[in-house]
Design a protein around this ligand. Sequence first.
Ligand code: P6P
Length: 321
Amino acid sequence: MAQIGMDLNRFILEEERSHPKATGSLSLALTALTSAARIISSHVRMAGLADILGSTKNINIQGEEVQKLDVLSNNILIQHLSDSGQFFALASEELDEPVFPEKGKNGKYTIAFDPLDGSSNINVNVSIGTIFSIHKKVKGNIQDILQEGRKQVAAGYIVYGSSTMLVYSTGNGVNGFTLDPSVGLFLLSHPRMELPERGKIYSINEANYSKWDKKLKSYVDSLKEKNSSARYIGSMVADIHRTLIKGGIFCYPADLKNKNGKLRLLYEVAPMSFLIEQAGGKATTGSKDTLSIKPESIHQRAPVFLGSKSNVEELLTFLKK
Ligand code: P6P
């Protein structure tokens, strides 16, 4: 077992050595990602000082106002991921269409990412994050981005909170690394993260209660009769990070207004579902595993309920009544 304090770069290389057929391509891919994360983190930390707070007054494909730090984070990721030469295609929450980097023509992977999720919280200094999902290139076309979540090669997030943490999995469990800003290194702080079998925290935006179907309403009502706690930050990375550590359940359901929920499948639901399953939890749309959805388009949305296995299975008993 890797020791607390191990440098992420050594961790990545040691994981590579445990796969005899590894070519080092995924290691290079992950290293490019972590370099971008360190730079984004430094900008996030000083956003209040530099003129990178606030809105660009532009509206993105999601119909959301684009924050300056969003654009900066997206540009940093595009630059580092393209320059690594490991990615055939990049799909970003901030871009209408995917990018096919010149240097990535022979890249073995594709990546989908949300450069700065929860960015509406930037101005109020609430934790935000970068979410990423890596797949193998198969056909050498757009279909390589539209693969089921269960086929992910790696997935994870960087949460810019009271500390900056990188949490990711390559399919062999989940590990968390904390950035030591004094040396600019991610150091192993949370080895082999595993969800508690059950947690008392439920996380859902109850302002949408009137738009939920009645089975979901009865589930949430039942929680209020038990020893539960409600926690909702409104920044997916922060809500998932807490769920991963403390257990419980996070929900962004479909409702009368959002027929497929609000969260995007490729770069929010699928990577987070992969992590939760790798940490011993469960992730569902309410009717099927989120990781089995075959994406039809880059920015499609999906409902999601994920967290401790016992909590999710309890929810499913209500939805199937
Ligand atoms: P609501 C942030 O805008 C985000 O995309 C996720 O990070 C977060 O979980 C969700 O939307 C919050 O949405 O509708 O509850 O404000």
